[in-house]
Design a binder for this molecule. Sequence first.
Ligand code: PLZ
Length: 453
Amino acid sequence: MTSTAAPSISAAPGGPSLPQERRLVTEVPGPRSRELFERKSAAVAAGVGVAVPIAVVAAGGGVVVDADGNSLIDLGSGIAVTSVGNAHPGVVAAVQEQVAAFTHTCFTITAYEGYVEVAEALNRLTPGDHEKRTALFNSGAEAVENAVKIARKHTGRQAVVVFDHAYHGRTNLTMALTAKNQPYKNGFGPFAPEVYRVPMSYPFRDGLTGAEAAKRAISQIEKQVGAENTAAVLVEPIQGEGGFVVPAPGFLTALSDWTTANDVVLIADEVQTGFARTGAMFASEHEGLVPDVVTTAKGMAGGLPLSAVTGRAEIMDSAHVGGLGGTYGGNPVACAAALAAIDAFEHDGLVERAEAIGTILLDRLRTAQASDARIGDVRGRGAMVAIELVDPATGEPDPGLTGAVVRYAYEHGVIALTAGTYGNVVRFLPPLAIDDALLGEGLDVVLEGLAAA
Ligand code: PLZ
């Protein structure tokens, strides 16, 4: 593709062979993108928002190409999904082979090897060397719902404990588990009962050690819920939508000690943090945390919809035969994609690559912070890093500035995302396939946006 001819709005070949460059040939959004957004307004429900108003025709490596021929640097990976790179060649080949063999049987009607192989891989890769079992689903929310079902069945208890700033999905149970009202919950109730929220460890805002924050949370569970009523404590090892909140060291392990002592199921929601994203295969590993149950999705299948619940065999097997399932869960095409993506995570050095990306991100952003008091906090691990923007005089969150930075970024050819309960976090989630030069240029543009705001 040349930089002058705009491609048609239909798909163009993507993958890592796309020129790895930021290239603007029109304003962003350009005319073809704007045209699609007019059709979108007339055809798509208004509740389905779009953060970056471009019409994508191809993506790969560290770029996303739009219908006007603009090539944008991708610092979002479709919210931590295309970690192996968009249209990764191994994923493409595996999908093509599977789609030509068979597309669907419904695993609960007739079985196939791909599903079992993904379960075996998850049992092997998730933290802990205890005996495990896995069940596959479609979305992160569906995995979290099933993890809660299983924990309740295993314990015979009902209460589920979640944290401030938590995000677990948009279905009815997961809306209840999610903290933030706007935009996730507002007007969508009533919500599922027996969900109890306790304070998270948020070092930038609470100044507590991990042990102190855990004590505060545990005391609240004991006083307000009762261990004997608690089926599960559900926690993101690093919070995603909530603002890349990294709990203080010792917080997660103190929770784990308490859940173990009280026969409560500890569920780590690794939907966003899993699969090399944080510079470990799973974020729990940074703290030596061995959760009883882990939920995964997103990065696992290189862009195809697949999610999983993996946990201790005795917990997972407590659900009766026929109690878990769904028409599409563990779809064979998604499983083929996952096996190819998992092969890349394990054999292409992507855990190390995430760590190296983290070093670049943290160095650059901490340097920027030293001369800009609006950057209140720089935090994260691996290729999951964020800045929290504040009013330097008061320390109050600055969501207006955050929105302006992200808008400047896409208008100048960089996709960056926001997050956070207060809407004041710019988060960096690049594909692990991005090269250093492109990552550096993407950061330059975001920091230019901050300087210009
Ligand atoms: N658990 C930790 O991050 C999805 C949501 C985007 P689904 N996060 C992105 C949006 O605005 O809808 C997520 C997550 C964690 C669960 C989920 C839910 O995963 O695949 O979106 O259902």
